[in-house]
Design a protein around this ligand. Structure first.
Ligand SMILES: [Zn+2]
Length: 337
């Protein structure tokens, strides 16, 4: 089962290293599928640039990766623009990995954000799943995984991963210990499944590698918790005038509300929420739904958000979500300068 040795990991930013993985409840089932706050603005066009690769490697990615956009309200555009949000490499000695969702925006523009150390349909869909904000589907039905550590370390030392023991401990053994696996149900067909053979565990747990999006993958990415509808940010955003105050509500779990804000002259602008809802606000622009200007959780009064930023002229998008992916609530948002 050589293909099962192809492990991937979702790269995390240094500042997120020590945060515990958050579990997400989907219809009562606990899954750690989407780390909070990593979603792109719903309807975003994400630009993808190849830093290297043969024509056939690139063609394969161009052909397969956009399958996500048939289900998620996102668009992928392949471009040579140096400011592309996603940079793809094909380094065979660096395994397969990607940063998750909007974490990609924190990586220097000349550095790769997604590596395909090998190319097949499954790995391309898997890594682009991370790119749109998904984590590994690793909840497990029967009391978690007891790793056969020696075996896992030995296997991953070889191609195509070439991981040393510390890396294996960090990426696999420590991350997927029994106490983090609380689920009673998981999707064995998810493209985001971490595939490994039974010899890697002492209690006979194994998973199989998937090559296609599962029904649950498709359903999840088009749900309100990820990328619902078909509207572009331009179409979906509600205009928020300078000096205006809008009463609004996160009316279902995972919902993101979107506002557009026009900076008609360069100045310091303030965007603030009020009320009892623990909001998180992100500001994108000018004239872009993927260029992150600022993000804030609790800078305002109580658990409210406050962004104060010097803005050049242009159109901006303000994304508002609840801190908790399970909760809803009313809030008021205002912008002034
Ligand atoms: Zn992965």
């Amino acid at each position: 089962m050589p293909s099962a040795r192809k492990m991937c990991y979702d790269k995390i930013l240094p500042q997120d290293m020590f945060r515990p993985q958050r579990m997400r409840s989907v219809e009562g089932r606990m899954r750690a599928i989407a780390p909070r706050d990593k979603r792109w603005v719903n309807g975003s066009t994400i630009r993808i640039r190849f830093l290297e690769g043969s024509d056939s490697q690139k063609d394969m990615v161009r052909q397969i990766a956009p399958e996500w956009t048939q289900h998620a309200n996102l668009d992928f555009v392949f471009t040579d623009d140096p400011s592309a949000e996603i940079r793809v490499t094909f380094d065979p000695r660096d395994g397969a990995w990607s940063y998750v969702g909007t974490d990609n925006l924190h990586i220097p523009q000349n550095a790769a954000t997604l590596n395909l150390g090998w190319q097949d349909e499954g790995v391309i869909l898997h890594e682009f799943g991370h790119m749109i904000g998904l984590a590994h589907e690793h909840s497990n039905p029967v009391g978690g995984i007891q790793w056969n550590e020696e075996e896992v370390i030995r296997e991953l030392a070889g191609p195509p991963n070439f991981w040393d023991e510390a890396t294996v401990r960090h990426n696999v053994l420590r991350k997927y210990t029994a106490d983090q696996i609380l689920g009673t149900n998981f999707d064995p067909d998810s493209i985001m499944l971490y595939a490994f053979p039974a010899e890697w565990t002492l209690n006979g747990i194994s998973t199989h590698e998937n090559e296609k999006l599962s029904g649950q993958d498709e359903e999840f990415v088009r749900s309100a918790e990820m990328y619902p509808g078909r509207a572009t940010p331009e179409e979906a955003a509600q205009p928020l005038g300078i000096g205006e105050s809008i009463e609004a509500e996160i009316s279902q779990a995972g919902e993101q509300d979107l506002y557009s804000l026009v900076a008609d002259r360069p100045a310091v602008y303030t965007i603030e929420t009020f009320g009892d809802t623990d909001t998180v606000v992100a500001l994108y622009g000018p004239d872009s739904e993927t260029h992150l200007v600022a993000e804030n959780d609790d800078g305002g009064i109580g658990r409210n958000s406050l962004i104060q930023a010097e803005l050049e002229m242009g159109k901006y998008f303000v994304q508002v979500r609840h801190y908790s992916e399970h909760r809803t609530g009313e809030y008021r948002i205002t912008a002034f300068r």
